[in-house]
Every structure is written in C-alpha cells, then in structure tokens.
Ligand binder design. Structure first.
Ligand SMILES: Nc1nc2c(ncn2[C@@H]2O[C@H](COP(=O)(O)OP(=O)(O)OP(=O)(O)O)[C@@H](O)[C@H]2O)c(=O)[nH]1
Ligand SMILES: [Mg+2]
Length: 870
C-alpha cells in the first residue's frame, strides 16, 4: 500500500512538472514516450565538474579531441547528459580528488599559486569556464592513470596524448582556428596549443604553470622540462609582470612538476626519495637534471650520462645510486679514473694538460682535481689548475670544478654551476675556428668581435693586455738595437774598406780622433751601449717576461732616450730590412714613458693596435649572436632561439705545438682563415729557422689546414685582411716580389680601369681559390677586410653567417646559381642590397641582383678579372 502511495506521489509530481511546461490544455504523453532529458537538463547547471561526474558517455571511447578536452568546446553549445534524476552521481575516488582540485583552484585563487596579483587571470578563467560548458568526462582520462598519478606511481610520466601531438601546429585546440605564423602556448602535459584568445580560458589561474585546467596535478612532458619557468612572449602580453612571476615560480616549484626519484638511475640503481633530496640539496647539484640513467663518481664529483663522457662536476661524496662501473662512460682507452675507463676525449685533454697516462694507468682523482696513481700515495698535481687546461676543457665540453666552489671564502653567493657553459647545451651554437699566420690579424678580429657584440674585456684581460703592450716596447727596441749593431758594423766595415789609406794614417792620430773614425750614424754612446748589450742578452736568453714588466718603470726613460737617439731613428728608416719589427712599433715607442707608467690604461685603439691578445695562451674563444634581438629580456623565452656563434681563435703557436689540437675542432661549423694581404714582401722564419716569404708561409699553412682530414666537409671562408696597408704598399713594392705572384701583370689593371690594389686583390683571391679548388671540391668564400675598421669586421661576420645559411640549404639546390661569386649575400630587398654593396671597393659595375623565393640574391662577378687571369 505504502509503495502504491509513493508511486502515486511520484507520478503526480512529474505530471505536474510536465503540465507546467506544456501548452495549456495539451494532453500528457504516456510514460513510455516521455523524454526525460528535458526536465533533467534543467536540474543540472552546466558547470564542468558536475558534468564530468557523469559517466554515461564512456570517456575511454571518446575521440581524443574530446577526451583531451582541454577547453575545446563542442559546436552547438552546452550539452547535457541523460541521467535519471534519482540516480546518485557515481565517481571514482581519483576523479573526486581531481575535480576538487580544479574547483579549489578556480574558486579560490588566493589558495593557489596565484595570490592577489593573479586575480585577473583566474577570474577570466572562471567566467569563461562556466560560460562554455565543456564536454564531458573527458579530461579525466582513464581511471588507472589517475590512480597511478595520485599514488605517485612507479610508471614513467604519461606521455602527451598522441592525437594532441599529431595535431597541426598552427591550430588552436580550443577555438580550432589555425594560423601557422601566430604563436601558440602549449600545455606542459599534453602539448595542447592555444591561441592568445583561448589560453587563459583553457589554463585558468595556472597554479602549476602552463597546463590545461584538466592537466593540473599531472606530471609534465619531460621534453618540456628545460622550458619550465621561462615565460613566452604571448603570456607576457596577456598577464601582468607580477602574475607572470608567480605563474613561473609555481611552474618551477610546484611538487607535481618535480622529478620523481625513480626517474633517475645512478650507477645502475634507481634513486630513493632521500637520495634525490641529497642530490638536489647538495651545494653543487646537477643543474637542469632530466630523467635518465647517469653515472656518478663520488670521489671526484664527475657526473655524466650512462655510456657518455662526463658532462659536469657535482658535489662529491654523495651517497647515491649503485657502485660506479668501469664501463660507465663506455671508455676504451685503458686509462682509468677512480675505476672508470675514461673516454678518448678525456684522454686527449689529459695529455694536453701534460698528465702522463700510458695504457693501464689507474688514477685516483679527487674533487679538487689533485690526482695520484693508484697505490702510489703521491699527489702528482692538479688536473684543472692551469687556465689553459680549463679553457680546453670547456671548449671540448668537459667539465671543470668551479674556481670558487660554493662555500669558499671568495664568493659563495655569486656561484653558479656552469661546468658546461650554457651555450654548449644549446644546439644552435655554431663554432667558427679562426686561424691564420702570426700577424695576419686574427687577434684584431677577435678583439673587434668582443667590442662589437658586447663581450667586454674583463679586468684580468685588460691587465694582461697592458703587460703585453709594456713588454712589447722592449721587444721592439731590442729589434731596433740589434739592427743598429748590424748596420753599424756594416757601415764601419765599408768605411774601413773604402779608405785603407785613411786607416793607415789614422794609426798615428790621437785617441779622440781615432774614435771619431770608428763612429758612424748608427753609433751610440757608452751608456746606451751597456743598456743595449744587457737587453739583447736578456732577449737572447728568452728571459724578457721574467724582467718585465717589473722593470718597465725603471727603464722607461732609457727606452725613450734610446728610441729618440739619432742612431736608432736612422735604423728605423731602414725598417723594411728588420723583419721582426711590426708597423705598430713606432706607435707604442713614441709613448714609451706614458705606457710604462703604473697608471697606464690601454685605450681601445691601443688594444686594437697591440699584437696578439694575451701573452701566454694560444687559444681564446668568445660567444656572440648576430641577430638584432639582444634586447629581448632574459626571462622571455624566444620562440626561435638566436643563433649563437662561438669564435675560437688558435694562434700559430697553438698550431705548432700540436696540429693535434686541430683534430679536436672537427665539429666546427666553418674555418675562417685570415691572411694579411700586405705580407707579400715580408719575411718569416720557418720551423727550420730559415727565412721565407711570409705570404708563402701563409699559403703553406692554408694548404695544410685545407688538407686536414678533420675539415673535409667544413666550409672555408678566407679573410684577406689589411687591405688598407696593402693599398698603400702596392704602389711602392711590386706584387711580383712574392714568387707565387710572379705572373701578376699590373698593366691589365690599367686596361680595366681598376685601381691597382683592387686588381691585385682579385688576383690574390683567385690564386687562393685555385689552390683551394685543387685540393677540395668545395667552394672557397673570400672576403676583403680591414680588421682595424670595426665596420668591416661586422660585415665579415654577416658574410660568414650568410655562408653558413647557404651551406645549410645548398643541398636543396636553392642557391645553385651562386657558383663563382666572390661575395654572395642574401638581404631583404634590393634597396638594402644596393646600399650595402655601394661602399665595397671592388663592386665595379652594377651588381647582378636576383630575387629567389623570399630572398634577394646578390651576385657580384668580376668579368674583367676572368680576362686578367688568362
Ligand atoms: N693596417 C692594418 N693593420 C692591421 C689590420 N689588422 C690587424 N692589423 C695589425 O696587425 C698587427 C698584428 O695583428 P694581430 O691581430 O695581432 O695578428 P694575429 O694574427 O693575431 O697574430 P698573433 O697574435 O701574433 O698570432 C696588429 O698591430 C694589428 O693592429 C688591418 O686590417 N690593417
Ligand atoms: Mg698578433
């Protein structure tokens, strides 16, 4: 009875409700034909988390675009699910946890990562969310995954849904609009990409950073780890700086985005949570750690990927992972460090650092770099002590311990672990190897690059440069004094031989008269003679650096006196005969006293005019970018990272010491070889000590580098430098003094109305091109330079950049037309091209300008030149 009454009441209530909805007087349908959805839909507001509780649409089977959901609203507006009003909502515990986290985030921004400053975006998140009731169920994916996630399960982080990845790049996952050129913000978990209109709606208040609301709590896609905390340009336009800071902080620091211990396997064993804490909490943790298998040498602190060479040094003595295995880094050198067989590159660097390591040597290396042979109890030195070793290590991507380890007195706050410089981790670093015979201008180009691209000289480098300039004064003076002695002997000899008669009668003359006849324009007084003998002796013993600069101030007045002495000035007039006296000698000797003073600070010009870069090391490098985007602030990640160049300069001394050094540069992107045009009449001591023409010496060096097996596939750019000095010299000294240029005909220059220097320049360029073509089947790129003029150095680097771009696409044969140009460039429009080439002295007639695809191609050919070659 009771149940009959209940049934009657229930029936009465739905009939009443239905009657209210139907037109007045319309008959009620019988129960079989009732459509429940009308009434039920009204009972359930279109709030996403309520909707998601309903499981009637089989989320597993839903297409991924819906299941991935991520804010992508379905056409046709809100959709409700069929459910009988009496049915209790059924949901999994995991689902409940997930949806409540969403609710909390959205409803209480203060409780999430975004506090007061973040309200705008969270508010936006809420309104949009309720406005577009999102499809069902959806995002909350498979129950199993959820359970695992919440339990901090042992499985690897769930990859982003494949369908999300497969989506076309330019299409927004929410509004479906596509535009390849527009930036998209991607979810760190599922890689769903959103346009600027949708990103805040899809990601809400971002309590864990850039994740779709539905991905909150899930581990990130590991490939995105390096981008954590780096804001995009799009987001920086949408949110206030404070909001950005908080979102980025949350992205970096929230627990869900952290590595899990089992993702790290060290020496063959997955880490425990305490071990991970120890690694991350030590004073020198491995930066930018990613999941993977690593080896760790707890004695030295060396750390690397399993099967690879070490890539950083972290704190030593950490109790983590298993035991270090001998094959941890896959070395095959039969040389061992702390039980690990080291790799070939480590062995090479050890050899360069003068560590004796024949086969079957077992070393113990400690965290301060000191090392000893196993069982010998005798520290033999410190591996990373010398600056040159550190430099070589960083060039070859081997780590070195920091100079001021954290916690040391010097600088604990400013410490940053940069065992491998950051740029080496970026793929877009292009190494350029700058080579050339001594004096060709490589240091000048290097220094100009420092000035040009904001890499200023450190105080240590300035001090080095100052000492170098001060000691060169003595080198120049000693060359002059030596020349003077030689010229004096020559003159007196001539005098004696020329007047035998005079000599005979001179025997009868008094002392002062006789002395007069033993003098000539090259003679100096007794005091200077003493100084000269002393200096020349020091030079002969190679002790210059031991005496100077300590003695610079003391002797400065004598240097000045000697330089101004008529005998030295006479000697200087014959400087063409003094092969080791560079042009800059007078520039510095004129200011001997000023330069020798303690207060002397080299000017920019002094630095550029000084020879070389530093006295000791033959190897130097800098890194720079040529794109004009340097002003982009550091915390805004550029969607297309700038191409960085690493300019590595090796001087000839470095080359002589070991062409083996060149082997280690096989990964350079281009060889930039520098030749001084004005060397054609200079002499140069060969390794045998014999003098040869300096241009010939340059040619030999060029040939040996082109022939080097490491550079078979490497583009070559030849910089023909010192065009200014060459222009001045060519009218005085014929090019034919150099045997290689014996067939040069200046007459043809007159025929073609070119300047002699211009004509000679092309002649030399083609000589090098021909030489190159006889060895390599690649093409030689030639650029004319005046390295003392900064603008031409910048042009030179731009040119190199274009060569590399060309090299990247050449196989696609887009630029096949470039075959024989001396100077080929791609610029944005023809006007730009014309402007850029107009100042180049060798652009004879109007250059040929072609439009190829999106770019303008410039080709400059020299038809006249072809004729003068025949
Ligand atoms: N006139 C002129 N002098 C230049 C030019 N480029 C470099 N020099 C000068 O040539 C001298 C030697 O140049 P460096 O740059 O030291 O030559 P390098 O190739 O580095 O030689 P090392 O450092 O000695 O191996 C310096 O005095 C420079 O100022 C140039 O284009 N024109
Ligand atoms: Mg030099």
């Amino acid at each position: 009875m009771a149940s009959a009454t209940e049934e009657g009441t229930e029936r009465g209530s739905w009939e009443a409700a239905l009657r209210r909805l139907l037109p007045h007087g319309a008959p009620l349908p019988d129960e079989e034909h009732l459509d429940y959805s009308i009434a039920v839909g009204c009972d359930f507001p279109p709030v996403p988390h309520h909707v998601s509780e309903v499981e009637s649409l089989e989320p597993r089977g839903a297409p991924a675009s819906v299941a991935g959901g991520c804010g992508h609203s379905l056409p046709g507006g809100p959709r409700f699910n069929r459910r009988r009003s009496g049915d209790p909502p059924r949901r999994m515990p995991a689902e409940r946890a997930r949806s409540s986290s969403v609710v909390c985030t959205l409803a209480e921004p203060e409780g999430g990562a975004l506090r007061s400053g973040a309200r705008t975006s969270s508010a936006r998140g809420i309104s949009s969310f309720s406005g577009s009731a999102r499809p069902v169920a959806v995002t909350f994916g498979a129950e199993k995954d959820l359970e695992e996630d919440l339990a901090g399960g042992a499985s690897a982080p769930e990859p982003a849904p494949a369908t999300a990845r497969e989506r076309r790049r330019g299409v927004c996952f929410r509004c479906g609009k596509g535009n390849l050129l527009k930036e998209r913000e991607a979810c760190l978990v599922c890689d769903a990409r959103y346009c600027s209109n949708c990103v805040l709606k899809a990601m809400g208040s971002m309590p864990e950073g850039r994740k779709c609301v539905s991905c909150i709590g899930r581990p990130i896609d590991e490939s995105k780890r390096s981008g954590l905390g780096k804001c995009s340009k799009m987001l920086s336009k949408l949110c206030s700086p404070l909001e950005i800071r908080q979102v980025m902080k949350a992205e970096r620091e929230c627990p869900a985005n952290q590595l899990r211990p089992e993702q790290l396997v060290v020496n063959g064993r997955p880490l425990q949570q305490e071990e991970l804490d120890e690694v991350l909490g030590c004073s020198m943790p491995p930066q930018k750690l990613r999941p993977g298998r690593y080896w760790y040498d707890k004695d030295s602190g060396l750390w690397g990927k399993e099967g690879e060479r070490p890539d950083r040094i972290i704190s030593s003595k950490l109790n983590i992972g298993g035991k270090l295995q001998s094959d941890a880094s896959n070395g095959n050198t039969q040389v061992y460090i702390n039980g690990r067989e080291i790799t070939r590159i480590e062995l090479k660097v050890l050899k360069l650092a003068n560590v004796q390591c024949p086969r079957d040597t077992h070393f113990w290396v400690y965290d301060d770099g000191s090392y000893e042979e196993e069982g010998q109890n005798n520290i033999r030195g410190k591996i990373w002590e010398k600056a040159s070793t550190r430099l070589i290590c960083s060039l070859f991507k081997l780590p070195t311990p920091p100079e001021n380890p954290p916690g040391s007195k010097e600088d604990s706050a400013a410490f940053s672990v940069r065992s491998v410089p950051e740029y080496l981790e970026q793929k877009r670093v292009q190494k350029l190897l700058l080579l050339g015979l001594e004096g060709s201008g490589t240091s000048t180009i290097f220094k100009q690059a420092k000035y040009l691209y904001g890499n200023h000289f450190s105080s240590e480098e300035m001090q080095n440069m100052k000492l170098m300039i001060q000691s060169s004064l003595y080198r120049y003076l000693s060359t002059l004094l030596e020349g003077r002695e030689h010229f004096e002997d020559e003159a007196l000899e001539g005098k004696r031989a020329g007047s035998l008669h005079y000599n005979a009668s001179a025997n009868g003359l008094g002392g002062s008269e006789a002395q007069k006849h033993n003098e000539c324009v090259y003679s100096i007084n007794q005091r200077l003679k003493h100084f000269s003998d002393w200096l020349l002796q020091i030079m002969a013993m190679g002790d210059l650096d031991a005496f100077f600069p300590a003695a610079t101030r003391e002797y400065a007045p004598v240097v000045e006196e000697a330089w101004k002495h008529p005998a030295i000035q006479e000697t200087y007039k014959r400087r063409n005969e003094l092969h080791f006296l560079p042009d800059v000698a007078s520039y510095f000797l004129d200011r001997a006293v000023e330069i020798s003073s303690n207060e002397y600070e080299p000017t920019e010009k002094d630095i550029l005019y000084a020879e070389g870069f530093s006295r000791c090391n033959g190897l130097a490098f800098i890194e720079f970018s040529l794109d004009d985007r340097s002003q982009i602030s550091q915390h805004i990640e550029c969607p297309h990272p700038q191409t960085k160049y690493q300019l590595i300069r090796v001087n000839t001394r470095g080359l002589n010491e070991g062409c083996k050094l060149l082997e280690m540069f096989e990964d350079v992107r281009a060889i930039v070889f520098c030749v001084s045009l004005s060397d054609y009449d200079q002499m140069w001591p060969q390794s045998s000590g014999e003098l040869c023409n300096k241009m010939m010496a340059s040619k030999d060096l060029f040939e040996s580098v082109v022939n080097h097996s490491s550079f078979r596939e490497t583009p070559f750019v030849l910089l023909l430098n010192k065009y200014d000095a060459f222009e001045e010299k060519i009218s005085r000294v014929p090019l034919t003094v150099c045997e290689w240029f014996a067939d040069f005909s200046p007459v043809k220059a007159r025929d073609t109305n070119q300047s002699l220097a211009n004509h000679a320049y092309y002649y030399i360029a083609v000589k090098f091109k021909d030489l190159y073509a006889s060895i390599s089947n690649r093409k030689l790129f030639v650029f004319q330079m005046k390295a003392r003029e900064r603008a031409t150095v910048h042009e030179g680097f731009k040119y190199i950049q274009e060569v590399l771009k060309w090299d990247d696409v050449k196989d696609e044969n887009v630029y096949g037309i470039l075959d024989e140009s001396f100077y080929s460039c791609q610029w944005r429009d023809k006007g730009d091209v014309a402007k850029r080439v107009s100042h180049l002295p060798w652009v004879g007639k109007a250059p040929e300008i072609r439009v190829t695809g999106l770019r303008v191609m410039l080709e400059v050919r020299q038809p006249q030149y072809a004729y003068s070659l025949t």
